[in-house]
Each structure stands twice: as structure tokens, then as C-alpha cells.
Write a protein that binds this ligand. Structure first.
Ligand code: GFB
Length: 319
């Protein structure tokens, strides 16, 4: 891909978008275009059209989305379906109208059925019902990847969809009501350690299994797909290995240095029992994840301490 290409990263302040910007800059891409929400409201079709008409974009990385963990998804399905549908529709349609040839759309492994055979292959999409806690979000993401497929077929665009597994890393959301499990447990373990608490509350039974990918690995996979000139299709992005929520909590406690007991809160939902992605499609092309889970959690913990220093006791800085 031309290092002078004008690459629009939609959602550059989020965890995925900011990782993409870091990676593109490190790789020498000279024209990375970003807009804050105040500068460009992606839910406003006319504004999005004007942006594309004036900016001569060559490549779009569509990482702007309403995202959240199991509680946010289950309690605010209207926001999750509406905002994601409207952002995808606006950006993909405006990109096509402005003759943008290449676009990468980011979804999530929750697009696959609840009772999927494991590991989950791309072709299991739409083979049976979805997990109810995130059905609204999943439907919006399925619509996004189908938009890409339909536009490729009808208009000869080259729009590709990447489906990452559960992500973590810098710029994650640590708000306990809307975050995903990994940042939530990192924060809770840290605070429990600082306050000397004897226990750590973990939602659900601890038995669901999840796969975790560091967001820098997703950014690397995105550049790989662009630089390999992949022109269409759906690609799972993951590490190929999962663990139970209990095991994740134990790993986080080890990294943080919290030595208390885990207490499981059965009043909270488990969600889908397992979602391990089959990543053989990307592996066959030559890409694989490189950041191990414990190493990635340790780096994320350092980032958490650095970015949330004002809100945590000073002693934590030595952690
Ligand atoms: O990461 P998470 O919120 O979302 O939860 P999903 C994963 C598992 O961790 C669930 C458990 O079984 C939770 O009950 N868990 C344990 C916790 N302790 C906690 C905690 O303190 N906070 C949270 N949040 N969970 C989301 C979807 O599914 O993941 C989205 O709702 C999206 O659509 C995203 O696909 C990647 O993995 O269940």
C-alpha cells in the first residue's frame, strides 16, 4: 500500500482506532486522517457525505462504534443497534459515493451463533440464533459486514471485514458498568489490592470461556490485510486459544499482585458459554498474533496505572 495513501481512521480515540493510528504512524504512513466527534458526527449522513466529498480519502478503517461489555449490551440494546447501524451505513455509503476503493470494517466475534461449534469458522455466520445479551449489537455488526459484501458485489468496491475476538489494551474503558471483563477485573483487582480487601467480585459463574487479543495485534492484522492487498471477505482475528473467566481472573490477580479470594456473583449473567475463533484463514496467509496474554495484561496494567494515576492511590505507581 502506498505510504502516501490518505487513510481515514474513523473512531481514532477509541481503543481500536488509537491502536490503528499508532501502528500506521510507526509503519510510515504519512497521511492518517482523523476527526473528533465534535468535528464530524458520524451519525449525520449529510456531514459524513461532505467530509468524503472534500477529503479525497483512499482507504477507510471503520473502527467507530458503540461498544461495551455484557451489562451495557444487555441494558442498552436500542443504543447499540441504532448507533452502530447508522454509523456503518453513513460511512460505508459515503465512502462508496466518494469512490473510496478500500475499506476495513471491524465487527466482533459475537456475530456468530450462541451454540456454534468451536473453534468458530467464518462460515458459521447466520447458521443459528445469536446470544440474547448482545443480539442487538451483533445484528448491527452483521449488517455492516453484509453492507461490505453487497457493495463489493454491486459496485466492485474492495471492502473487507475483520472480526476480532474480545479485545484489550491501551485506551480501554474502565467504567465498571459498561466495560468488558478484562479491564473491569484489572481495575477491581487493583482497587482491592490498594484497599487491602480480602475478596474480589467476579460476575457470573466463572465458567464461560473467552479468547483475548491485544489491540496492537489487531492493528498489526489490519495492516497485514491492507498490505497483502486483500480485496474482500470476512476474517476472524484472534489468538487461537481461550481460557475460563476464573482463569482470567487468576491471571489478572497474579499480574496485579492481589492475593485475596475470588467471589463469584451468580446474579450477573454469564453470556455466551464459549467463543473461540478459528483463525486459520489469516494464519494460512501468514499472519499470527504475537502478544501473549500475561505479557499483554502486564503492559495494560502499566498503562492503566499511568493513565489513571490521578484516580488511584500513589502507592500503586510502584506496582
Ligand atoms: O467481557 P464481557 O462483558 O462480555 O463479559 P462478553 C465476559 C464474561 O466475563 C461474562 C464475566 O461471562 C461476564 O459475566 N465477568 C466477570 C465480567 N466479571 C466481570 C466484570 O466485572 N465485568 C464484566 N463486564 N464481565 C461482550 C458483548 O460479550 O463482548 C459484546 O456483549 C462484544 O457484544 C464483546 O462482542 C466483545 O464477552 O460476554
Amino acid at each position: 500500500m502506498d505510504k502516501q495513501a490518505r487513510i481515514f481512521v474513523a473512531g481514532h480515540r477509541g481503543m481500536v482506532g488509537s491502536a490503528l493510528v499508532r501502528r500506521l504512524s510507526a509503519a510510515g504512513y504519512a497521511n492518517v486522517i482523523t476527526r473528533t466527534r465534535a468535528e464530524l458526527d458520524l451519525t449525520d449522513q449529510a456531514a459524513v457525505d461532505r467530509f468524503f466529498e472534500s477529503e479525497q480519502i483512499d482507504v477507510v478503517l471503520l473502527a467507530a462504534a458503540r461498544v461495551g461489555g455484557i451489562f451495557a449490551n444487555a441494558s442498552r440494546p436500542g443504543e447499540f443497534i441504532y448507533e452502530n447501524l447508522v454509523i456503518e451505513t453513513n460511512v460505508i455509503h459515503a465512502a462508496y459515493r466518494a469512490k473510496v476503493k478500500r475499506l476495513v470494517f471491524f465487527g466482533s466475534s459475537c456475530i456468530y451463533p450462541k451454540a456454534c461449534p468451536q473453534p468458530i469458522r467464518e462460515e458459521y455466520l447466520l447458521s443459528s440464533p445469536l446470544e440474547p445479551t448482545n443480539e442487538a449489537y451483533a445484528i448491527a455488526k452483521i449488517a455492516g459486514l453484509k453492507l461490505c459484501e453487497a457493495y463489493n458485489r454491486q459496485y466492485s468496491t474492495q471492502y473487507v471485514s475483520l472480526m476480532p475476538t474480545n479485545l484489550y489494551g491501551p485506551n480501554d474503558n474502565y467504567d465498571l458498568n459498561s466495560s468488558h471483563v478484562l479491564p473491569a477485573l484489572l481495575r477491581k483487582a487493583h482497587e482491592a489490592k490498594m484497599k487491602g480487601e480480602p475478596t474480589l467480585a467476579v460476575w457470573g459463574s466463572g465458567t464461560p470461556r473467552r479468547e483475548f487479543l491485544h489491540v496492537d495485534d489487531l492493528a498489526a492484522a489490519t495492516l497485514f490485510v491492507l498490505e497483502q492487498n486483500v480485496t474482500e471477505g470476512l476474517f476472524n482475528v484472534g489468538v487461537g486459544q481461550d481460557l475460563s473467566i476464573r482463569e482470567l481472573a487468576e491471571c489478572i490477580c497474579k499480574v496485579v499482585g492481589f492475593e485475596g479470594e475470588l467471589v463469584f456473583d451468580a446474579s450477573k449473567p454469564d453470556g455466551t458459554p464459549r467463543k473461540l475463533l478459528d483463525v486459520s484463514r489469516l494464519i494460512a496467509m501468514g499472519w499470527h498474533a504475537t502478544i501473549g496474554l500475561e505479557e499483554g495484561i502486564a503492559a495494560t496494567y502499566r498503562d492503566f496505572i499511568a493513565t489513571h494515576a490521578g484516580s488511584v492511590p500513589a502507592a500503586a505507581m510502584q506496582a
